[in-house]
Design a protein around this ligand. Structure first.
Ligand code: BES
Ligand code: ZN
Ligand code: ZN
Length: 490
């Protein structure tokens, strides 16, 4: 199947399209004219045995308006085409990706978008598991001599998509399969595969090291918490490392502050931050940039068992600060508090954390934009730039010092949610930012960016280019960030 993207505001058909149109007896111009195809974003029109073409089928994919075209859109078009083709049982597609992007980026988008598009989440279905139809993807140059560039992009697209899909499959695993211990085993396996060092701190070592904020979250579960540390040594100088820190709650019931059962099943995705870190480490392990990176996953299961922590408890974190637990459902910030301090203890001088941290972030930004919060706007600028490069939408939220008052505790250094006595209104104000203010207490002086992916880690829309379920958000942004920082250092 030959796949061609066509813009809605295509004023006149370009040379290559004119040739295709002429050869196929006017399929393209005809379908524009009779209204079967308008070029609207992700619209598809499929033609069987198009006369004059050697392809068995032709698929036109709407590319929207030219002005809005970018790498992210290109990936969506490729995903749309690949998902369409996959359903029809076609084995081979040839992409002619058109638009204002370098050949390398066009090549990358075709492979990345297609591989992300065709991953399905039906692993546990015993019947009707879709047979993988698509077997090969051919990239057609739109200019002569751009083959090498297309190919370079395609290689990067494959690496990025495979790592993102790896993270998505991890997030898709239910919590009875993927416990904190299993997640730690998967981390070890990944590190071994790519020749990276790995340490797992189980409950005993966590106790010895007094990582109590992580430990207290796991107290209500029979599954012990685990802190996974992957070390990628890409620079021989003992230069400071960038740490990628992920929230790894394999399930979040809320604990004693129990969640509403409606939708609680989705809380298996509360380790999406951790999965993104592992996905990124995979890309780093494969592309080997000259930089030192720590990948840290703070894994635990938040349940209301007999040993569970309770509202009112006070916990002393790894960095010595004390926390009054007001709501046991604000557990992500607890595990991250210790993971962030521990990253510094291991020599990290720049940190990015990713977490499905707050429902508030979903209310603020919805499910398409990741919330970005920081104590260093320059470092946040780098992360935002990497996100743009990766085709992921992220947006900065403020962390003005006044917000800190909201977590003042009467008896400890801070509360873990808004202290109602300090808040002015009956509602929980600025929930996503409050989460960040809490984490900032543990980043202390180190450059730190917090990504709240509560809304973006899961796709619940029927969209033409991605399955419902985990998105793997963050994997590609983190990888792009590390590659660009490594380039700067070189
Ligand atoms: N894992 C949740 C956040 C979440 C909510 C992720 C919805 C994905 C979708 C987190 O641990 C949590 O429960 N946060 C609380 C914080 C509150 C108690 C301050 C929340 O957002 O309700
Ligand atoms: Zn929670
Ligand atoms: Zn949570």
């Amino acid at each position: 199947m030959l796949v061609v993207n066509i813009f809605q505001d295509e004023d006149k058909l370009s040379d290559e399209l004119m040739r295709l149109d002429a050869k196929s007896n006017g399929i393209i111009s005809g379908s524009f004219r009779d209204g079967t195809f308008s070029g609207k974003l992700c619209e598809v029109a499929s033609f069987h045995r198009p006369v004059g073409l050697s392809a068995n089928r032709l698929l036109l994919v709407g590319a929207g308006v030219k002005h809005d075209f970018n790498f992210e859109v290109a990936c969506q078009l490729a995903g749309t085409a690949a998902r369409h083709v996959h359903k029809t049982g076609i084995r081979e597609i040839a992409f002619l990706m058109r638009g204002e992007l370098s050949a390398e980026r066009r090549g990358q988008s075709c492979i990345e978008g297609a591989l992300l598009g065709i991953l399905d989440m039906g692993k546990y279905k015993t019947r009707d598991s879709a047979k993988l139809a698509l077997q090969s993807i051919v990239l057609l140059p739109s200019r002569t001599g751009e083959e090498k560039e297309l190919e370079r992009g395609a290689v990067r697209g494959r690496i990025y998509a495979e790592a993102t899909n790896y993270a998505r499959e991890l997030v898709n695993e239910p919590s009875n399969i993927l416990t904190p211990t299993r997640l730690a085993e998967r981390t070890v396996a990944l590190a071994k595969e790519f020749g990276m060092q790995v340490d797992v701190l189980g409950p005993e070592q966590l106790k010895q090291n007094e990582l109590n904020a992580l430990l207290c979250v796991g107290k209500g579960s029979h599954e012990p918490p685990q802190l996974c540390v992957v070390r990628y040594q890409g620079s021989d100088t003992q230069s400071a490392a960038v740490a990628l820190v992920g929230k790894g709650l394999t399930f979040d019931s809320g604990g004693i502050s129990l969640k509403d059962p409606d939708g609680m099943q989705y809380m298996k995705d509360d380790m999406a931050g951790g999965a993104a870190v592992l996905g990124a480490m995979r890309i780093i392990g494969e592309l080997k940039p000259k930089i030192n990176v720590l990948g840290i996953v703070a894994a635990a299961e938040n349940l209301p068992g007999g040993g569970a922590q309770k509202p009112g408890d006070v916990v002393k974190a790894f960095n010595g600060k004390t926390i009054e637990i007001v709501n046991t459902d604000a557990e992500g910030r607890l595990v991250l508090a210790d993971a962030i301090s521990y990253a510094q203890h291991l020599g990290a001088t720049r940190i990015v954390d990713l977490a499905t941290l707050t429902g508030s972030c979903v209310i603020a930004l919805g499910d398409i934009t990741t919330g970005v919060m920081t104590n260093d706007e320059k470092w946040a600028g780098k992360v935002l730039e990497a996100a743009r490069d990766a085709g992921e939408k992220m947006w900065l939220l403020p962390t003005f010092s006044e917000y800190r008052e909201l977590i003042e505790s009467e008896i400890a250094d801070m509360t873990n949610i808004v202290n109602r006595k300090v808040a002015h209104s009956g509602v929980n104000p600025a929930g996503a930012i409050v989460g960040a203010m809490f984490l900032m207490e543990f980043a202390e002086g180190t450059s730190w960016v917090h990504l709240d992916i509560a809304g973006t880690a899961w796709n619940s829309r029927r969209i033409p280019y991605l399955a419902i379920g985990p998105t793997g958000v963050g994997v590609r942004t983190l990888a792009s960030l590390i590659l660009s920082v490594a380039k700067e250092n070189a």
